[in-house]
Design a protein around this ligand. Sequence first.
Ligand SMILES: *Cc1c(COP(=O)(O)O)cnc(C)c1O
Length: 420
Amino acid sequence: MTEPRVWHPFTQLRGFQPRGHIVKAEGVWLTLDNDRRVLDGNASWWVNNHGHAHPHIAAAIAAQAQAFDQVILADFAHGPAVNLTERLRTVLPQGLEHIFYSDDGSTAVEVALKMAVQAQQNVGERQRTRIVAFEGAYHGDTVGAMSVSDRGVFNEPFWGLLFDVAHLPYNNAEAVESWLGQHGSEVAAVIVEPLVQGAGGMVFCEPEFIWTLANACQRAGAILIADEVMTGFGRTGSMFAVNQAEVVPDILCLSKAITGGTLPLGATVCRDAIYQSFLHEEKRRAFLHGHSYTGNPLACAAGVASLELFEKENTLGRVTTIEATYRQAMGRFAALPGVSNVRARGGIFAFEVEGTRGGYLDPVGRRVADAAFEYNLYIRPLGNTLYLMPPFCITEQELTWALDVLAYAVETQVSGAAAS
Ligand SMILES: *Cc1c(COP(=O)(O)O)cnc(C)c1O
C-alpha cells in the first residue's frame, strides 16, 4: 500500500476521503474530475477575490516567469517588488509607507510582531515587553502567530510553548480603554483583526471600537498592528477594513487576496517612524529578518495585476452589490428555525446554527456543508458558524442560487437536528 499520502490541512485524516479532485477552476466554479462543477462559496480559504484563473493575472504571472523568477532581494531591487510597493501605497491609508514582503499571512504577522518589538527597543522603550491581542483572535499557525491568537482548539497542544499575551474582550471599547489606561506603559504592541475576526467565527465589531482602540494605543505609546490578512482587498466592502474605522494603524498585515488568490505572498506595511527607527550605523540595529522567497517576483507581478483589476472591474462596486443581496436575504435566514445572529458585511454573510455542542467542534456545520455540496455549493463552516464568502465576480443569479441552496441545507439539517 504505497499510495501517496497528502497530509491535508485542518483535517482529521482518519476515514478521510477528499470531496473530489479539482481539475480546473474558473471564476466562481471549481470543476472536479467527474466533470461536476461546484461553486466556491469559500473563495478557497478567503484568498480569491477576482475569480479563479483570471486571464489578466495569469498573463502577468506568465510574462514575469519568462523574464525572471525568484531573485535575491537583499543587495538588489527589481521591478515587480517596486511596482507592487508603489501601487499598494496608492490604495493604503495615508502614512503607511514601507513594505516588508514575506510568504503568507502567518509570516506577515510574525514580521509585524518582531518589527514592533524591535522598534520599541530602537527608541529606548525596553520596558515595553507585553503584547496585547483579543479574545477570539486568529492570526495564523506559526508559533508567534499562535501566541497572539486566542487559546483554543487550534493551538491547545502548544500552549506550553506560546509567549504570554494579554487577551482583551473584542468590541468592548471601555475594557480596552481602561486596561490600556492602567498597563499601557508596559505594552509594546496591540494586534487586532479590524471589523471582522475571521477564523474565530466571523465575529463583527463596530468601526468605533477600532477607532477607540487606535486612540487608546496612541495615548499609551503602544504600536497598533492591524491584521488585515482576511479583511484586506475589499472583503469587508472597503479596500481595507481600517478605512471604515477611519484609522491608520502603525503596522498593517496583508496576504490572502493580495495576489488575487493566485500565489502566496505576505506583506507587512509600516509607518515611516517605525522604519526610521531601524536606520543606524550598526548592522545589528537593522531588521535582521528575511525569507528565502522574500519579494517573489511572480507573486509581486500577480499583486500588481490584481490591483489593476480593482480599477478595471470596479471590484469594490461588486462587493457593494453582493452585500445588498445578502441584506435582502437576511430576514429569510433569521426566520429559519435554529438560526441566529444573521449578519452581513461586504462579501461576508454569516450566521450561527443550533447544534449539539456549539463552537468549532460542533458537527452541525459539516452536516449543512454536506447537504449544500449535494447541490454543488461548496462551503466550509467554522463549527456552528456558517458563512458564505465567494469570489467577487459572482453574478447576482449565482449568488441568489447559492443563498437558496444554503437556506435549503440549513432547513433540512438544522431543524432536523433540533427535532431529534
Ligand atoms: C488566514 C489568516 C492568517 C494566516 O494566514 P496564512 O496565510 O494562513 O498563514 C492570519 N491572520 C488572519 C486574520 C487570517 O485570516
